[in-house]
Design a binder for this molecule. Structure first.
Ligand SMILES: [Zn+2]
Length: 298
């Protein structure tokens, strides 16, 4: 059975245009800046050659001018199909097969959508914990393991720092690529991402010794991972944060690892999907809304 949302429900060019305008991706009206009168929409051809035309001076403005698709050649239907494939977690490889588009076009559009994820997360910064709420923290190495020791130079380690709110279900968390695991790097992230009154649970990594000195942190408890998974005295553990990034890692592993310079944007995509795209079709709706928010049209 086909899902209730998606480009397969569209019936030709007018449907796509209607969708783009209704969802705020394209403008619905434009005034001629020379004559100050409303322009009308006309098509140069039946692909996406849409223009606004002034009935007085005959000047035209391309429909895509000032939109997120300005200067791009991809057709509306191809683009919307790609968004749908991205939202439903279709790999680049499969999206190329299904759409017949060039690999570089698919890669470029997928990167654009990841950039939307990053921008949306910047607009709505994550804040975890609160009075009496436990937030677990931990660092993890994301470098991909080598199949054998030969043939490749050893890779620089890629560390990711993570925080997860233990009261949220599904878990709300935050992951950040860090250059190192020092207190100077990690403590400001904890301060930035937690609400006052938060209780921190962690392992005994040396950088965490000053956690309790962070303004707003109420308490810090630890578990000694060289001895236990769970602290036998007070039950402290970090299993929520570990399972949060195991999910992130398995997604990156499915892509055969990620280059260092791309890790941050993939982490953003992961966090966006956890928050806005768990239900894949809701994710499709949300990413369209977020593009419209970030590239507002008159
Ligand atoms: Zn005019």
């Amino acid at each position: 059975m086909l899902p209730k949302i998606g480009p397969h429900l569209f019936n030709g060019f007018d449907d796509y245009l209607d969708f783009f305008q209704r969802r705020g991706l394209y403008p619905t009206a434009k005034d001629c800046s020379y004559c100050n009168v409303p322009m009308y929409m006309s098509t140069r051809n039946r692909s996406d050659g849409l223009v606004w035309r002034c009935h007085r001076c005959r000047r035209t403005i391309a429909m895509r001018t000032g939109t997120f698709l300005a200067g791009q050649k991809i057709a509306m239907d191809d683009w919307l199909n790609l968004v749908y494939y991205w939202a439903t977690e279709t790999s680049v490889k499969h999206a190329i097969v299904h759409t017949g588009l060039k690999p570089k076009v698919v890669i470029q559009q997928y990167r654009f959508l990841r950039d939307i994820c990053s921008q949306k997360l910047l607009q709505t910064p994550t804040l975890l914990g609160g009075p009496g709420v436990v937030v677990q923290i931990d660092e993890s190495c994301f470098s991909h393991s080598r199949k054998n020791g030969r043939g490749r130079a050893p890779e620089r380690e890629m560390w990711v720092f993570g925080l997860v709110d233990t009261t949220t279900k599904p878990a709300r968390g935050y992951l950040q690529f860090v250059e190192d695991r020092s207190a100077a790097t990690l403590l400001p992230i904890i301060e930035d991402k937690t609400r006052p009154g938060t209780i921190i649970h962690s392992d005994m990594w040396a950088a965490y010794r000053q956690v309790v000195a962070i303004p707003g942190i109420a308490e810090h408890r630890t578990v000694n991972h060289s001895r236990h998974f769970v602290n036998p005295i007070d039950g402290t553990h970090t299993q929520n944060v570990e399972s949060y990034w195991n999910k992130a890692k398995s997604k990156l592993k499915a892509m055969k690892g990620v280059k260092r310079e791309w890790l941050s944007e993939y982490l953003d995509e992961f966090m966006w999907r956890e928050e806005f795209g768990k239900d894949l079709l809701v994710g499709f709706e949300n990413i369209i809304d977020h593009i419209a928010e970030i590239y507002p049209q008159a």
